[in-house]
Design a protein around this ligand. Structure first.
Ligand SMILES: [Zn+2]
Ligand SMILES: [Zn+2]
Length: 254
């Protein structure tokens, strides 16, 4: 299984428009972060988790030609605003499968009504096939995916376990019974927004505590704000086996 970090930034991305913050002015490519998303590939399957406002640019950057579906963690715009840009995949492949909580499917239908229209549909609008995710395993291609139910302040959010790889973003609290689904991981990806606490995201300390508890072989931090600091400085401060993800990083999971 191959995972590519398409974006590792928080909702505004880095740099932030008009910001003079030193991290936003950094010339290190690892300090430039598009909105958070991953591309996940195994056998002949290709999926993304979330499609935010940078989706088009991300798909071009990795030269993605085919998309088997989009899995959504939650409805926030930094995870969903790129849905219209599935059009090239739709024109080539037909209706694109999407997977999300019932509430998120409803939100997407509200925001992108023309995509979900069934009568007198505007020519050129893409179409999707909706698949509701409940908190129980579901199939993507030939793989069983296990949802991890968590809270993002007061909003329910799903993380996902694909074999020995798990991806958690926009988490603030996860119940113990959900954490039990995350034993024996080879790779864990988890959000770590910044140094200071935040009401709806793990800060660095909380993310490191979770990693200590779950003991994956390797862990990568994502959904990063400029307030976390420069990539190279933060990386140096991390324990063994913990890495700051950066855009275009590709990892392989056995
Ligand atoms: Zn987010
Ligand atoms: Zn969010």
């Amino acid at each position: 299984m191959k995972v590519t970090f398409l974006g590792t930034g928080t909702s505004q991305g880095i740099p932030i428009i008009g910001s003079k913050h030193p991290v936003c002015l950094s010339e290190n490519p690892k300090d430039k972060r598009l909105r958070v998303s991953i591309l996940i590939e195994w056998d002949d399957y290709t999926y993304v988790v979330d499609c935010g406002p940078d989706f088009r640019q991300q798909m071009i950057r990795v030269n993605c030609e085919r998309m088997d579906g989009i899995v959504f963690t939650h409805e926030h715009a930094d995870h969903t605003a790129g849905l219209d840009d599935i059009r090239p995949f739709f024109f080539r492949q037909g209706d694109i499968p999407i997977y999300a909580h019932k509430r998120v499917l409803g939100e997407l239908e509200h925001r992108f009504g023309y995509i979900f229209e069934t009568e007198n549909k505007y020519p050129g609008a893409p179409s999707v096939v909706c698949n509701e995710i409940k908190n129980e395993p579901f199939k993507l291609g030939n793989l069983e995916v296990i949802p991890i139910d968590g809270m993002h302040y007061n909003l329910q959010v799903f993380g996902f376990r694909f074999g020995n790889f798990a991806y958690l973003t926009d988490m603030k609290t996860i119940a113990d019974k959900e954490l039990k689904k995350l034993k024996g991981l080879e790779v864990l990806v988890v959000n770590a927004l910044r140094i200071d606490p935040h009401p709806s995201h793990y800060n660095l300390e909380e993310a490191l505590d979770l990693i200590k508890k779950l003991k994956p072989k390797r862990a990568f931090l994502t959904h990063i704000s400029h307030l976390l600091g420069f990539h190279d400085d933060v990386q140096q401060s991390l324990p063994d086996g913990v890495f700051l993800a950066y855009d275009n990083l590709t990892i392989t999971i056995e």
